[in-house]
Ligand binder design. Structure first.
Ligand SMILES: Cc1cc2nc3c(=O)[nH]c(=O)nc-3n(C[C@H](O)[C@H](O)[C@H](O)COP(=O)(O)OP(=O)(O)OC[C@H]3O[C@@H](n4cnc5c(N)ncnc54)[C@H](O)[C@@H]3O)c2cc1C
Length: 298
């Protein structure tokens, strides 16, 4: 049996490389000043999907909701082994909190139709809530296993997964279709040179339109022919708007988001706030006494 595995991935600002320009004067994140990367645990989710494809046979479909530039993470997913990709993009998706994001993703899943597994990273490194995966499972009405390290077995009706818990692990079994959120427990495979050569030409329709406009091509028939040719070669990245996935406009973007991020503060620790302790029993004891004295411990 061959499975259909959907993997949701997010393009995030690289929070490892925060600089002074990372924050706008109004306290919101200046995304244009930070390099955009593939959310790390989403690479683990993709790797798990590709391992299942290697073991059992599967079609791996990767989706993201984001601005048109988020198509880069989809091309990267194709370079690693994804079979098909979907970009969910529309101005009306902007400003989504986790409720609105998971709702939009659930509409995307419903449009895709039949599937056996949905994989998400445990957490995105920008919003850091770890809510989208579990909320998506709720909205789809399917069981979920969080903090998955590995899949022990999959059969036509159920999945057995190993998940991280404090101090150890659990083996859980649940019926399919199911959603798993995946932790940083595998080694994502590198992009394959052969696939880069093939999929570097993968495009969304909007990208084709932009390229034609930049080259001053005006022939609409050429555009249609090119789009059909990409489709035949498996190089057309689907691009869906809110209406394409039949989303209720009151439940997406800012309109559908009860959470408001009022301010983000850039906390920079100065040298005066750091304290070095001697790497010995005496040093550790002194530190513990100090922490007990100022009620940090005890
Ligand atoms: C600093 C900051 C604070 C925020 N605080 C809140 C808050 O308190 N409450 C709130 O509701 N929202 C908050 N947001 C907004 C939140 O980041 C977005 O709603 C975001 O789209 C989803 O939340 P997350 O990044 O926490 O994802 P998580 O729930 O951490 O993501 C888990 C997984 O879901 C999948 N996923 C998440 N987003 C997408 C996507 N766009 N496309 C495809 N897959 C995806 C990925 O597999 C990801 O690994 C905040 C954003 C920022 C930048």
């Amino acid at each position: 049996m061959s499975y259909t595995i959907l993997v949701f991935v997010k393009q995030v600002p690289d929070t490892q490389n925060i600089t002074g320009e990372a924050m706008k004067p109004d306290g919101t994140v200046n995304r244009s000043a930070l390099p955009a990367i593939f959310n790390p645990e989403d690479l683990n989710a993709l790797e798990l999907a590709l391992e299942l494809k290697d073991r059992y046979g599967a079609k791996v479909v990767v989706g993201t909701m984001g601005p048109p530039t988020a198509v880069e993470v989809l091309r990267n997913a194709m370079f690693c082994g994804a079979d098909e990709c979907v970009l969910l993009t529309d101005r009306t998706f902007a400003g989504a909190d986790t409720l609105a994001t998971s709702y939009a993703l659930s509409c995307c899943v419903k449009k895709i139709g039949s599937y056996d597994l949905v994989l998400c990273g445990r957490q995105a490194i920008d919003g850091d809530t770890a809510q989208v995966g579990p909320q998506l499972a709720e909205k789809l009405g399917i069981p979920q296993i969080g903090y998955v390290e590995d899949v022990v077995d999959v059969s036509s009706k159920k999945i057995v997964a190993k998940r991280t818990i404090e101090g150890g692990y659990e083996i859980l079994e649940c019926p399919l279709p199911a959603l798993l959120t995946v932790v940083d427990a595998n080694e994502p495979r590198p992009m394959a040179a052969r696939r880069i050569m093939k999929y570097k030409r993968a495009r969304t329709r909007s990208e084709l339109v932009r390229e034609h406009a930049d080259a001053n091509y005006t022939d609409a028939e050429v555009l249609v022919a090119e789009e059909e040719s990409l489709q035949r070669k498996g190089l057309l990245i689907q691009e869906w708007s809110a209406d394409d996935v039949d989303a209720d406009h009151d439940r997406i973007g800012l309109a559908g988001s009860p959470t408001k991020v009022k301010q983000i503060q850039n906390v920079v620790l100065t040298a005066g706030e750091a304290k070095q302790i001697e790497p010995s029993d005496t040093g550790v004891n002194a530190l513990i006494h100090e922490l007990i004295a100022d009620h940090t411990l005890g």
